[in-house]
Design a protein around this ligand. Structure first.
Ligand code: NAD
Length: 261
């Protein structure tokens, strides 16, 4: 049984993949031989250059398709334009932090749309393609916040708990087919977005970089280490392997022990 999977001939569509975790997963699935569809809502030269770079490194076909995951029609159009979708990684996500009475309604709506409803739309469009191909993997990027809560992140936590529920339903609706659906629940991952917050937090609390990381960012991550985008990519590749064919409808935490607390 192959644990390191050969994904040649498979097409992976990864939403929100021009940065961070989505890009890490795209690189790893490309290394395993999958053709890749990168996505975000922008259409910049650098987005297409990113696609060309991965294609050159991994020797696979990589396309960049612009689609705004806050819009249901564009989510479905992304899958239609991809033409094939053996592996669907629902990764696009945003965050906003505010107490519930002050939480801007527009932010609530955007977070539910991008972090949760987009996965419903892409999954609805992708399952018929997976069924026609006779194989499929749905991988939803949830969060430790899909299993636990924190104050001031109501929309994000509602969306991430929601995507864990959607994952289970997707798994049950495909249970007798060679299709699986699982959610990866990362703890704190050092993405460019997180890296960019470190200098401001150092100033705000008058702390060293090490103290900000250990005592502010990683207070709930017992390992006191960030997870990496490469580890997210490796976990996604594992879920595509034959070893994971009977893993469906569950969550895999990659969180340094956060959810064991
Ligand atoms: P990131 O900001 O680097 O990546 C988010 C991606 O989503 C980007 O590519 C962005 O362009 C894209 N995106 C945002 N709005 C979009 C839209 N409307 N349409 C299409 N694409 C859109 O952040 P990240 O940390 O890599 O986060 C990726 C996923 O991982 C998110 O779902 C996030 O909730 C989840 N996550 C991140 C962490 C962490 O610590 N970084 C922890 C747990 C879960």
């Amino acid at each position: 049984m192959a644990i390191i999977t050969d994904l040649s001939g498979k097409t992976a569509v990864i939403t929100g993949s021009n940065s961070g975790i989505g890009l890490g997963i795209a690189r790893e699935l490309a290394r395993a031989g999958a053709d890749i569809v990168l996505n975000s809502f922008t259409d910049r030269e650098e987005d297409h250059a990113l696609a060309a770079g991965i294609a050159e490194d991994a020797g696979v076909t990589v396309r960049y398709i612009k689609a705004d995951m806050s819009k249901g029609g564009e989510c479905r159009a992304l899958i239609e334009k991809a033409g094939a979708c053996d592996i669907l990684v629902n990764n696009a996500g945003i965050q906003h932090v505010a107490a519930i009475p002050d939480f801007p309604v527009a932010k609530w709506d955007a977070i539910i749309a991008i972090n949760l409803s987009s996965a419903f739309h892409t999954t609805a469009a992708a399952l018929p393609l997976m069924r026609a191909a006779g194989w499929g993997r749905v991988i939803n990027i949830a969060s430790a916040h899909g299993l636990t809560a924190s104050p001031y992140k109501a929309a994000y936590i509602a969306a991430k708990h929601g995507i864990v529920g959607l994952t289970k339903t997707t798994a049950l609706e495909t249970a007798e087919e060679p299709i699986t659906a699982n959610a990866i629940c990362p703890g704190y991952v050092l993405t460019p977005l997180v890296e960019a917050q470190i200098p401001d937090t150092m100033k705000e609390y008058d702390m060293s970089r090490e103290d900000v990381i250990r005592n502010v960012m990683l207070t709930r991550q017992p390992s006191k280490e960030f997870a990496t985008v490469e580890q997210m990519g490796g976990t996604a590749a594992f879920l595509c392997s034959d070893a994971a064919a009977q893993i469906t409808g569950t969550t895999i935490s990659v969180d340094g022990g956060w959810t064991a607390l």
